[in-house]
Design a protein around this ligand. Structure first.
Ligand code: SAM
Length: 413
């Protein structure tokens, strides 16, 4: 006999949520007061608290409350982008009780004081900037991050300059091309937004070195989420490398070789001269110019990963943070080139974000940004599908603890 369990009413769900949030807040506050926790330095606890707060707010929100989010968020975003561009943040003094009047600040950046005060207002209203006394503004810890070029300020610029135009172009794009999932890398929503249909994102960015540089800096913020190997042990490849001359590790789309460098450091005995970093010729040239002594023996090869893989029979092929730039068809072709080059005992290691079910709000937002450039974030089933179509089989998945990033180990099917 099945028990008759009634679903809780919405009011009970809300009450439970409020209660669990209240106890989380009370425990967190006690830990802070007791000196065992600082939300400034403990990123995981901070993110947990923010996520619980957002979940609670989302549960109790009414449709009319959404407007209270979207409009202020967009206004803040515009203010931050403009203040960064006009070097307003750089001209607000830092430290102690430092502050500056809107009039003096406007004088320093060559703007009207009224304009600066108006764009500052959405930031003051959301504690991003601080107004200690009337008509004066001061930094907060958050705003100070925007006084220099760094991965956080680069990410802000990238989202504003690259993603927002694509989001705004989406209605017209789908009107024109139909309600189909965009898959190619040439006629992307982003290319459409910039009037560059027929060109890939990387090709378009070649004409804009500043935007490309900024994108690379922004990407380095994401990179920290991705381990090079995590818990995966390359010991088997080290053993299999004895007594032959096969390439041991080929990092496909490996940028300047930072993952190979980390892997060499983490795997004593791995022969650097049998490790390869492949990327487009321009990136490879730059990597060679940097002449990192730790990478002196590593081979750098300029290539196109959409074409045939030139290093055959390597023990390990490795591809990190590249597949999500492409739709399924492009990925299958790319993986097929690797699979064709693999020997029966070769392994392919794919390091990517893997969408959980249900995915986090952030992961879904990244997926929509990828959609704009013809790319895609995938669930594990999504990876099974594209690897399967490319003649590969997933052997094992190694999760990076506490994140949705995984290393997916594949062999030839
Ligand atoms: C998001 S980055 C990832 C870099 C590196 N794997 C990592 O995890 O930091 C994508 C890389 O793919 C490279 N790339 C883009 N198109 C390529 C192509 N057609 N052939 C080879 N590499 C390419 C880019 O230059 C860039 O280094």
């Amino acid at each position: 006999m099945s028990a008759n369990i009634e679903a809780p009413t919405q009011n009970v769900v809300v009450a439970d949520k409020l209660q669990s949030f209240a106890s989380l807040l009370s425990d967190t506050a006690a830990s802070i007061r007791g000196g065992s926790l600082s939300l400034e330095s403990n990123t995981l606890e901070r993110l947990k608290t923010i996520s619980a707060a957002k979940d609670t707010v989302n549960l109790i929100k009414a449709a009319s409350d959404d407007i209270l989010d979207w409009i202020p968020t967009l206004a803040q975003f515009a203010s931050i982008r403009l203040f960064f561009r006009w070097k307003v943040f750089q001209n607000i003094p830092i430290g102690g009780d430092a502050r500056i009047s809107y009039r003096d600040l406007a004088g320093k950046v060559g703007a009207d004081a009224a304009l600066i005060a108006r764009f500052a207002a959405p930031l003051v209203a959301t504690q991003f900037l601080h107004e200690p006394v009337s008509d004066h503004v001061a930094h907060t810890l958050r705003s100070q991050a925007y006084t220099t070029d760094n991965p956080i300020s680069a990410m802000m610029q990238m989202v504003f300059d690259e993603s927002l135009p694509a989001l705004c172009a989406m209605p017209a794009y789908f009107d024109k091309f139909g309600l189909k999932e965009p898959t190619g890398r040439l006629d992307t929503i982003s290319a459409f937004a910039f009037g560059q249909l027929g060109r890939s994102v990387w090709d378009i960015l070649k004409d804009h070195p500043d935007r490309l540089r900024n994108m690379m800096l922004a990407m380095s913020a994401m990179e920290q989420k991705f381990p090079s190997l995590g818990s995966y042990d390359l010991g088997w490849a080290l053993a299999a490398s004895k007594g032959n001359n096969r390439a041991v590790l080929v990092d496909v789309g490996g940028g300047k070789g930072h993952a190979v460098k980390a892997i060499l450091q983490a795997t004593p005995g791995l022969p650097a001269h049998r490790c390869v970093v492949e990327d487009v010729p321009k990136v490879v040239e730059e990597a060679k110019l940097s002449a990192d002594p730790e990478m002196a023996d590593v081979r750098f090869i300029g290539m196109d990963f959409h074409a045939e893989q030139i290093v055959r029979d390597a023990l390990v092929y490795y591809i990190r943070r590249c597949l999500h730039d492409y739709g399924d068809e492009e990925c299958v072709l790319l993986l097929r080139h690797i699979s064709d080059a693999m020997a029966t005992d070769s392994r392919l290691l794919i390091v990517e974000q893997v969408l959980s079910k249900p995915p986090s709000a952030f992961a879904t937002a990244v997926d929509i940004s990828m959609l704009a450039i013809g790319g895609k974030e995938r669930t594990l089933e999504g990876f099974k599908d594209i690897t399967g179509q490319a003649g590969l089989k997933i052997l094992q998945v190694y999760w990076n603890q506490g994140t949705d990033v995984a290393l997916i180990e594949c062999v030839k099917a």
